[in-house]
Design a protein around this ligand. Structure first.
Ligand SMILES: CC(C)[C@H](C(=O)O)[C@@H](O)C(=O)O
Ligand code: SF4
Length: 473
């Protein structure tokens, strides 16, 4: 018998009951936001049930909240207001952990969880949100669930699941200057396609992954879902333990020691069986941008817009439509594409390290006149830290709007939206038609690249903005 993968180990540690094909899994953390939870709580009310483990349930409004400083005045849009009000009431009525809009810890659920120490290695974590994969960066089995499953987890703290297959994505060696975690995760999807991970849980490994900070690892795992996978995982190591230690809800004292002992066993065995393996050399990854309306439509910034004939099968028609929607012509240099808007934020790239990286590019520069540019920290705590470090001032001086925390322009559920035809350099994770507003055009990229685009007003190779390497003596 072969050894176990990290996924196998976490799975086995959480099986409550095994039936043919499916299992009942225990859930350690249930994160909740306002979009996918109202009917679930209503279901509990109708059947007179309580939340089974309120201490394991964490709620925060993020998708529908305005990000302007006057947001204490309330939400104008009725649908948005109803959802956020419902979460306020449900959190109070059911006694779960809650970070309301007025709390400095409020933010995007996938940033709030790790930041406050709710997200820990070896856990099972679910949320009615596809980007729950983010938490896999800690070596937790984390994935999105539907609203009826949200109700099931609220009521029972368990989830019915069938096991996925094991896929290994190895990024060897080191990243070149100007290349980031975002370029890794986009390049993997460019390589495997958006269906490449279907039916699998991906474990990301290799030297380039090991060298990433926790912020970078979260960026990588965040987009596992965009590659079709059920979840993304990175084995915990000293970087993980250092990040977790001392956080509000992380274990302390003897409990920390006991947890650490278990966490250190959380890695795939040498002889584990992989159903699929993808290997990419870190040195081969370039700063990339998306040109189309799928996250797999990704190319190095030095490339040109492809033609439909460059593809085969159903993709030919898809690319044709995509180029039409995006207002692009085959052969056009990506670096010549002019933008109207820059959005730095989201659960992919709204953490402190992302803001540091963007600010480092912006320092001493200005947003090109006529552009709309905004930085939306992923949480109130990220915002406060960025203010303390002087990053907020750099962004403001450069001409960026400095916003309050939320999903913001990542998706069109709140006032931060693109107008039809507007083109945006965005650090988020989805570039679907209408994602950032009806008719809006999205180019996905890293925070560094988005900052570079803000300066020039077009898609730009961030390496041109970087100080040259000193000549060897
Ligand atoms: C609204 C929510 C259910 C959705 C998701 O599941 O991911 C959103 O967060 C997104 O990014 O599209
Ligand atoms: S920031 Fe974007 S991707 Fe993340 S949870 Fe919010 S809407 Fe979804």
């Amino acid at each position: 018998m072969s050894g176990k993968t990290l996924y196998d180990k976490i799975w086995d540690a959480h099986v409550v009951q095994q039936d043919e094909g499916t299992c009942l899994l225990y859930i350690d953390r249930h994160m909740v936001h306002e979009v996918t939870s109202p009917q679930a709580f209503e279901g509990l009310r109708m059947t007179g049930r309580k939340v089974r483990a309120p201490q394991r349930t964490i709620a925060v409004p993020d998708h529908n909240v305005p990000t302007t400083e006057d947001r204490a005045n309330g939400i104008e849009n009725e649908d948005s207001r109803i959802q956020v009000d419902a979460l306020d009431k449900n959190a109070r009525d059911f006694g779960i952990n809650y970070y309301p809009v007025s709390d400095i810890r409020q933010g995007i659920v996938h940033i709030v969880g790790p930041e406050n120490g709710w997200t820990l290695p070896g856990m099972t974590i679910v949320c009615g949100d596809s980007h729950t994969a983010t938490h896999g960066a800690f070596g937790a089995l984390a994935h999105g669930i539907g609203t009826s499953e949200v109700e099931h987890v609220l009521a029972t703290q368990t989830l019915i699941q069938s096991k996925s297959k094991n896929m290994k994505v190895e990024i060897t060696g080191q990243l070149m200057p100007g290349v980031t975690a975002k370029d890794i995760t986009l390049s993997v999807i460019g390589h495997t396609g958006t269906a490449g991970g279907t039916g699998y849980v991906i474990e990301y490994c290799g030297e380039a992954i090991r060298s990433l900070s926790m912020e970078g690892r979260m960026t990588v795992c965040n987009m596992a879902i965009e590659g079709g996978a059920r979840a993304g995982l990175i084995a915990p190591d000293q970087t993980t333990f250092d990040y977790v230690k001392g956080r509000t809800h992380a274990p302390k004292g003897e409990q920390w020691d006991a947890a650490l002992e278990w966490w250190k066993t959380l890695k795939s065995d040498e002889d584990a069986h992989w159903d699929k393996v993808v290997t990419i050399r870190g040195e081969d990854i370039a700063p990339v941008v998306t040109w189309g309306t799928s996250p797999e439509d990704v190319l190095p910034i030095t490339a040109a817009v492809p033609a439909p004939e460059d593809f085969s099968g159903g993709k030919v028609g898809a690319v044709k439509r995509s180029l039409e929607y995006m207002g692009l012509n085959p052969g056009q240099r990506l670096q010549d594409i002019e933008i109207d808007t820059v959005f730095i934020g989201s659960c992919t790239n709204g953490r402190i390290e992302d803001l540091r990286a963007a600010a480092a590019v912006m320092k001493g520069h200005k947003v090109k006149p006529g552009l709309r540019a905004m930085v939306v920290p992923g949480s109130g705590l990220v915002r406060a830290q960025a203010e303390e470090e002087g990053l907020a001032q750099i962004f403001r001086d450069a001409g960026f709007e400095w916003r309050m925390a939320g999903c913001s322009m990542c998706l069109a559920m709140n006032p931060d939206q693109l107008a039809p035809g507007e083109r945006c350099a965005a650090t988020s994770n989805r570039n679907f038609e209408g994602r950032q507003g009806r008719g809006g055009r999205t180019h996905l990229m890293s925070p560094q690249m988005a900052a570079a685009a803000a300066i020039t007003g077009r898609l730009t190779d961030v390496r041109e903005m970087m100080a040259p390497e000193p000549e060897p003596a």
